[in-house]
Design a protein around this ligand. Structure first.
Ligand code: HEM
Ligand code: HEM
Ligand code: FE2
Length: 465
């Protein structure tokens, strides 16, 4: 095993740990909606939510980085250049995340000054980490980009997937700088902040997961490189062709010029097409190989990724992407429903798939299967889909009673929040969230033990033969 691949395993362990913190913080956030006096003046909803969505971003990024460190040396047949630097930075990264989490939990917030920005909270949703930590993340990502490009350079060899990946890493890291400017005008601030959030999840991250799924399909089913690369080029062109101007669907109501209504509505409405393409691709590959694989968990999680990406991001996003509908759905639990479905479908499932794929190789198990993975697959996905359903009901209730009928007044907000459909949605989120959390625990158990017994049995059999 290359050193880079051992580093990948460490990244996966960190990612799964943070996935747990995210789940706990999500459950806590959900409880405030059913008991609004929860932990009053001790730990506020906003901090629980900040912890939830920041650990979300970090565990997914760690999963992606780990996946690249895993696939890269295989792709080029050599150790990653500058791997020692990446190894050192991994520990600094983990320490920084821990310090930030402790500050979020115990210090929570400060007065509105430079000190708070540097040491407590930078204040941009999803990337709230204080500035010192944000600078650290830039260092980690720059090292990562250096590792990847320098390795390809030294190997004097490039593959199609690697080209796409390297070209994608440039905007992916540059966009993060969008977490930094200090802008006091709220419209301007949101205008630039959306470049980060939208262009990440609907542009650069989609391309990155496309590359990772291409490698995964090749390993899992032996799909030919020619086929996955051809699909990848088409998907990338379509993702960027629709996603870049699709940015406009966040510019409807923040004080930007009116032409964004048309541009945003039109281009973002086309965004589901490449995601549908990915489903067709995955199903086509699975079909041509008669659903045969020696790694069922990874295979099922890849399929979940393809469908989850299309339904959660594509269909759920499409539902509220036209300005005529977004006028009513904007910023309700409907948005939260889509956010959960999309992040989970497109990225959560993808990272889990890759971890299963990798574990089969490290544990040297020929047939990688267990009963536990099925339980965790079912519980996690049932929990998530149940939550998403509850939130959709709650969100549509808000859109009708608070927005369409109530005219968005404070009184209308209260009326919608007391509506029994809204309330049931909030309870449903807690109940399905608990199922999700149990699924997480089973996942951790399975990742720790799957394949181990089979591999030992196999080795003793070989030894006695
Ligand atoms: C136990 C499971 C989970 C529970 C109970 C939960 C609960 C919550 C709650 C209560 C919020 C705040 C919503 C608001 O501001 O009104 C939230 C936000 C969010 N969660 Fe979760 N969550 C869970 C799992 C997940 C997962 C698995 C993901 C993605 C992979 C995720 C992604 C997000 C995102 C992106 C937001 C921000 C959404 C927005 O503000 O529009 N959550 N979650
Ligand atoms: C994997 C891809 C995607 C992810 C992870 C994702 C995630 C999210 C999240 C978390 C939000 C809430 C942002 C916030 O206010 O904090 C959001 C908003 C939104 N998304 Fe997506 N999304 C994806 C793809 C799409 C697609 C393909 C479409 C359209 C077809 C779409 C349409 C929208 C719209 C219209 C909003 C704004 C909702 C509002 O006005 O409140 N999304 N998305
Ligand atoms: Fe977007």
């Amino acid at each position: 095993m290359y050193r880079s691949q051992r580093l990948a395993l460490r990244y996966f362990a960190a990612a799964i740990t943070l996935f747990g913190v995210m789940t706990a913080a999500g459950l806590l956030s959900a409880l405030y909606y059913v008991d609004s006096s929860l932990l009053y003046n001790v730990f506020d909803f906003q901090m629980a939510k900040i912890l939830h969505i920041n650990t979300l971003v970090i565990w997914l990024l760690m999963g992606f980085i780990g996946a690249v460190y895993w696939f890269l040396p295989r792709e080029l047949g050599r150790e990653v250049v500058g791997i020692w630097l990446a190894e050192v930075l991994f520990w600094i990264f983990c320490a920084a995340v821990a310090v930030v989490a402790v500050v979020f939990i115990f210090v929570q917030y400060g007065s509105s000054d430079q000190f708070s920005m540097w040491f407590i909270n930078q204040g941009r949703k999803y990337v709230e980490a204080p500035r010192w930590a944000a600078v650290g993340i830039v260092a980690v990502v720059l090292t990562f980009v250096y590792n990847v490009t320098a390795t390809a350079w030294r190997a004097r060899r490039m593959t199609g997937i690697l080209w796409v990946l390297i070209l994608d890493l440039v905007p992916l890291s540059v966009l993060y700088l969008d977490a930094f400017p200090q802008i006091t005008n709220m419209s301007h601030d949101l205008y630039w902040w959306w470049w980060l959030v939208h262009m990440w999840v609907e542009g650069t991250w989609e391309v990155l997961i496309g590359c990772l799924m291409a490698w995964s399909l090749m390993e899992l089913m032996g799909t030919s490189r020619r086929i996955v690369e051809a699909w990848l080029y088409i998907e990338v062109m379509m993702v960027l062709g629709t996603g870049i101007l699709g940015l406009g669907h966040h510019y409807f109501w923040i004080g930007t010029p009116q032409y964004w209504l048309g541009i945003g509505g039109f281009f973002s409405a086309l965004e589901p097409l490449p995601l549908l393409g990915m489903v067709v691709h995955a199903v086509y590959d699975a079909g041509t190989h008669h659903m045969k694989t020696t790694n069922r968990p990874a295979f099922y999680w890849v399929l979940a990724e393809a469908f989850g990406n299309f339904i959660g991001a594509g269909v759920w996003g499409f539902m509220m992407t036209l300005p005529q509908i977004n006028l009513y759905s904007h910023g309700t639990q409907w948005t939260v429903s889509h956010g959960h479905f999309a992040f989970w479908g497109a990225y959560g499932c993808g990272v889990i798939a890759i971890i299963y794929l990798v574990l089969q190789q490290t544990r040297k198990a020929q047939n990688f299967d267990s009963r536990a993975w099925k339980w965790s697959f079912a519980l996690l996905n049932l929990g998530l889909v149940g939550m998403v359903g509850g939130l959709l009901v709650a969100g549509i209730t808000q859109a009708i009673y608070e927005r369409a009928q109530g005219g968005s007044t404070l009184q209308a907000f209260v009326v919608a929040s007391e509506n029994q459909w809204f309330q049931s949605g909030m309870y449903a989120r807690v109940i399905f969230g608990l199922l999700f959390a149990i699924g997480y625990l089973v996942l951790v158990y399975d990742l720790l033990v799957i394949g181990k017994r089979a591999a030992v049995a196999q080795r003793t059999q070989e030894a006695s033969a």
